[in-house]
Write a protein that binds this ligand. Structure first.
Ligand SMILES: *[C@@H]1O[C@H](CO)[C@@H](O)[C@H](O)[C@H]1NC(C)=O
Length: 431
């Protein structure tokens, strides 16, 4: 799955052109590990009907030594821990996934919550982790974790870190997922202890040739794999120079940047003018999240009535909409157009006077204020991270954005797309 050799060549070639254009930061990328990502469309049901799809992206990592066990995981910048189903797990959600078996690994160290090694017959500490609608129960293991099929903890792209092995997982939502586990890539402070942060350990153990960065590419075209790369960023996916925004409040652990200004077609939203708004880059969220207090207002500003003549098979992502722009600390400006923030299916609205309108709407996830997220958080999920290639710089604690370069299909696919939907029918709302 990891194509270091061929990439190294193309990398060098592209770099020489891109460097001439002034696009590349200039560090050597020969330690770059590239992991292609599978994609899954997960239907969202309402009243037993599919109303929309979430998407999940996941790629392979390897755990244990000397026989690495392969798992597919979501690389989630919005969480801080790594969990996998354990071979002890009897839950249905575990039965349909690959399970980690510590007894086939010589590097496995069973530990309690303080990190003390415990014997196989000791009663283990149990930890519960909740994930939106679901929950897992598990215990702690220290293990060799590799981004490529490799030779132990000292090999490049490997590190020793702690993970949670689940011996119970709720059916919802895990059973229907195509991936086995989740690898949290939030900053180390999102983990209970930095030794649970896989990337922190990777950055510490891989020496100076490993640039402590990772880059995330979401492909527009399902025939082209999305990718995550570790050890730098991948200029093949960039159509512009990186703009860097410093992480705001790094102790919170999120890849969070401060918003200076939010505007719709150039008109500033007053809600963020007091400086309280932040934007969190989250590879684990499929929508654009907006603070609940202004979600309705944003919906109104971004909705477009569609002329009657254009209705047949209309895809709202083809209907021009106002520009939603974010100015971030560091002089970064990123924006979305109708193509990126729209729900594909138009919505029919029937008024009390029985008038029918067809409207194109944005797809927004309302974000409630919480102590962790603060009072006004936008979540830069898939729509933003597809338009912009994003880079997470662990050492300098900053997030980089460059316009993504859509890939072209080359050779046989290295990835799988699960559950690709037929067109989503339009929905009707009575107001
Ligand atoms: C784990 O692996 C060991 C050694 O191969 C095997 O005996 C055991 O049955 C496995 N455990 C489970 C629960 O699959």
């Amino acid at each position: 799955m990891v194509c270091i050799q061929s990439v190294r060549h193309r990398q060098a070639f592209l770099c020489s052109i891109a460097c001439l254009l002034g696009v590349v930061a200039g560090h050597s990328n020969d330690a770059l590990v590239i992991i292609p990502l599978d994609k899954q469309y997960v239907p969202i049901h309402r009243n037993e009907q599919v109303v929309a799809y979430k998407t999940a992206y996941f790629g392979q990592v390897f755990v244990g030594f000397p026989q690495p066990q392969a798992f597919s995981v979501v690389f989630d910048t919005g969480s801080g821990h790594f969990f996998l189903p354990s071979s002890m797990c009897q839950s249905e959600a575990c039965q349909v996934h690959r399970k980690y078996n510590e007894s086939v690994s010589k590097s496995a160290k069973l530990i309690d919550h303080t990190g003390q090694e415990v014997g196989p017959d000791t009663e283990r500490d149990e930890v519960s982790v909740s994930f939106g609608t679901g929950e897992i129960l598990g215990s702690f293991v220290e293990e060799v974790i590799c981004f490529r099929e490799s030779q132990g903890e000292k090999a490049p792209g490997c590190a020793t870190a702690r993970l949670v092995t689940a011996h119970q997982m709720t059916e919802e939502p895990f059973k229907n997922f195509g991936f086995d586990g989740v690898m949290g890539l939030g900053l180390a402070s999102l983990a209970v202890d930095p030794r649970f942060s896989v990337f922190e350990q990777m950055a510490r153990m891989n020496g100076p040739r490993f640039t402590p960065q990772f880059g995330y590419f979401i492909s527009e075209d399902d025939a082209v794999p999305s990718e995550i790369c570790f050890g730098g960023h991948d200029v093949r996916h960039m159509n512009s120079a990186l703009q860097w925004a410093p992480v705001h409040d790094p102790h919170k652990g999120f890849w969070q940047v401060k918003i200076i200004r939010v505007s719709v077609d150039g008109v500033e939203l007053p809600h963020c003018s007091d400086g309280s708004c932040v934007a969190i880059a989250d590879t684990g969220t499929s929508l654009l999240g907006a603070p609940r207090q202004i979600a309705q207002q944003l919906h109104r500003l971004l909705a477009r009535k569609v002329p009657e003549t254009k209705e047949a098979n209309l895809n709202c992502q083809d209907v021009t909409g106002p520009e939603l722009a974010f100015e971030l600390e560091g002089g970064v400006r990123i924006s979305l157009g109708g193509r990126e923030y729209s729900r594909a299916a138009p919505m029919k609205i029937v008024t009390k006077q029985k008038e029918e309108h067809t409207v194109c709407r944005a797809s927004l996830l309302p974000v409630d204020p919480t102590p962790a997220l603060g009072s006004s958080a936008f979540i830069l999920g898939e729509p933003m991270l597809r338009k912009y290639y994003s880079v997470y710089d662990w050492e300098k604690q900053r997030v980089g954005f460059a316009l993504a370069k859509p890939g072209v299909p080359t050779g046989p696919p290295v990835h799988t797309v699960y559950g690709m939907p037929d067109a989503v029918a339009s929905s009707t709302v009575h107001v």
